[in-house]
Design a protein around this ligand. Structure first.
Ligand code: DOR
Ligand code: ZN
Length: 336
């Protein structure tokens, strides 16, 4: 099976030691990825964005890969600033304050007038807005409660592309078709898991993430739009590495590490559900190219149906399916 120019539209590459530990393995099978800005401190200036991009390129060495850079949303960005950074910027990521890892500096209210200066400028400059859509309500209801905020913003800024990141509910899937300017990313783990897999038996810290995996009917709604390659849906792994000690501890960090095996497992999943390779190609690349207007570098990934034993860890970071066998292996990655 052959996939061309695979894209991961939501990836955490971190910084410093962690960046060096996971970068090459996270990007090897992708032409490019939208890199999240939730560092400490978050990426909020042109200098910090360019410096972070350089650190990523240094860490990936000879891997051929484009980091699509993002800023951490602030309501105070003005148009002149955004214009000055436009060529380097792929999207701006908005986090509600405190909702997940390193999001303390996020937004605490969703008053349209307070957010208007930045959002209006983004709309005029055609900069997509990526949102982690969860309220601070009951954990299973947070995303469904946020749908009305997505819709309020979609109505207030009809020309602004709004990406509902890592959707986990049927309510978010339904919202996609109600607003022309709403799009979504879906992770691998939310296509595979329900809350039962995380906490139905012994607690599985390496499957704990935000938003938490939901009910079977939610997963089915996600699977439907991914497998049919709904034109407004893109693959975004939300691969979120944490050191083993931060996961296997009292106070488990949120995040599932999937990037090194994401394409292989997606191939197995699409095959098991009788979905076509064309749809997988659209889900992992073509839809994102069209929605974001990006032209990825040439990279073709050849997968073969040969069992692959997933490592116990990648430099101390435990992946999904650690020590287990998956059906597909990477045979070759061809550049150019
Ligand atoms: O589980 C998560 N981990 N969800 C997020 O939104 C952030 C991520 C992280 O950065 O660790
Ligand atoms: Zn994320």
């Amino acid at each position: 099976m052959q996939l061309t120019m695979p894209l991961d539209m939501h990836l955490h590459l971190r910084d410093e030691d962690m960046l060096h530990n996971i970068a090459k393995d996270s990007v090897h099978t992708f032409s490019g990825a939208v890199v999240m800005p939730n560092l400490v401190p978050p990426v909020t200036t042109k200098e910090s964005l360019l410096a972070y991009k350089k650190r990523i390129l240094d860490a990936i060495g000879d891997e051929k890969f484009t980091p699509y850079m993002t800023l951490f949303f602030k309501p105070s960005y003005d148009k002149a600033f955004l214009e000055s950074i436009r060529d380097e910027l792929t999207a701006i990521k908005l986090y509600p304050a405190g909702i997940t890892t390193n999001s303390e500096g996020g937004v605490s209210g969703f008053d349209v007038e307070e957010l208007r200066p930045t959002l209006q400028a983004m709309s005029e400059l055609d900069i997509p807005l990526c949102i982690h859509g969860e309220t601070n309500g009951f954990v299973m209801d947070r995303e469904a409660e946020f749908v009305s905020i997505y819709e309020k913003l979609a109505n207030a800024f009809p020309k602004l592309k709004i990406i509902m990141e890592h959707i986990t509910t049927k309510q978010s899937v339904e919202a996609l078709d109600r607003h022309e300017n709403l799009y979504a990313t879906i992770t691998l783990h939310h296509l595979l898991l329900t809350l039962d897999d995380v906490a139905g038996g012994m607690l599985q810290p390496h499957l704990f993430c935000k938003p938490i995996a939901k009910r079977p009917e939610d997963r089915d709604a996600l699977l439907k739009v991914a497998l049919e390659a709904h034109p407004k849906v893109m693959f975004g792994s939300d691969s979120a590495p944490h050191p083993r000690e931060a996961k296997e501890s009292c106070g488990c960090a949120a995040g599932v590490f999937t990037a090194p095996i994401a394409l292989q497992v997606l191939a197995e999943l699409f095959e098991s559900k009788n979905a076509s390779v064309e749809n997988l190609q659209a889900f992992v690349s073509n839809n994102a190219q069209r929605i974001y207007g990006v032209k990825p570098m040439d990279k073709t990934v050849i997968l073969e149906k040969k069992p692959f034993k997933v490592p116990s860890d990648y430099n101390g970071v435990v992946p999904i399916y650690a020590n287990q066998e998956i059906a597909y292996s990477v045979k070759e990655v061809i550049y150019g």
